[in-house]
Design a protein around this ligand. Structure first.
Ligand code: DLZ
Length: 196
């Protein structure tokens, strides 16, 4: 019998034409690194080429919504500029004029999906609640405002152990949730193209 929880039977989608960004917070790096690796593994398995995967970081989860918004906007400018593109590491800090003037790599199309990854671990104060709420609403807002899929890779866990489990690093045999996020990005990237 298939499990009650989870996304159900795996679907197959051809992500070979997609361009996908992963943006992740640097807090709780052990868990984050594993989630990012899982997401990347699924993107590659879904046919997304290594060249079309951009990985960017922000300090903490609170910065994820702005990071997603700017990363997507920069990729749009990059795609529409008549000159050549800009290196992925400069995307977040570059202004619009920087982007149109730059000439470091070939132009690329805008991202088809962005995966935002963060790990919030509850502490003794209300920090957790405020950041979780703000980031969840912020990511949904960017997704609906931009019309591109923003995959919700924010773990909101009560203990470090819960985070390790969900990154596939625990003892319970729980799988790496980052893999689900990579698959969701491929599926939504493909479907959004078909729905346009
Ligand atoms: C400040 C803070 C705390 C207490 N906990 C976390 C956390 O568990 N996970 C995370 O991603 N970020 C945390 N941060 C940092 C905030 O997200 C943010 O980077 C800072 O408040 C600066 O805006």
């Amino acid at each position: 019998m298939s499990p009650i929880k989870g996304p159900g039977a795996a679907q197959s989608h051809d992500g070979s034409g997609l361009r996908v960004a992963i943006i992740h917070a640097r807090w709780n790096a052990t868990i984050i690194d594993q989630l990012v690796a899982g997401a990347k593994k699924s993107l590659l398995a879904g046919g997304v080429s290594e060249d079309n995967i951009t990985v960017q970081t922000v300090p903490g989860s609170y910065e994820l919504p702005l990071g997603v918004q700017r990363l997507y906007a920069a990729s749009q400018v990059q795609a529409s500029s008549s000159g050549e593109g800009i290196s992925a590491t400069d995307l977040l800090s570059a202004s619009t004029s920087d982007l149109s003037k730059s000439a470091t790599v070939s132009p690329k199309k805008p991202f088809d999906a962005i995966i935002a990854i963060g790990v919030l671990i509850k502490g003794a104060t209300m920090h957790f609640e405020y950041i979780a709420d703000a980031v969840s609403h912020g990511l949904m807002r960017v997704q609906l405002d931009s019309g591109i899929p923003v995959i919700f890779g924010l773990l909101t866990v009560l203990t470090e152990e819960q985070g390790l489990e969900r990154a596939g690093l625990g003892n319970s045999g729980m799988h790496n949730h980052g893999e689900d996020w990579g698959s969701a990005a491929v599926e939504l990237g493909v479907k959004r193209r078909d729905w346009s």
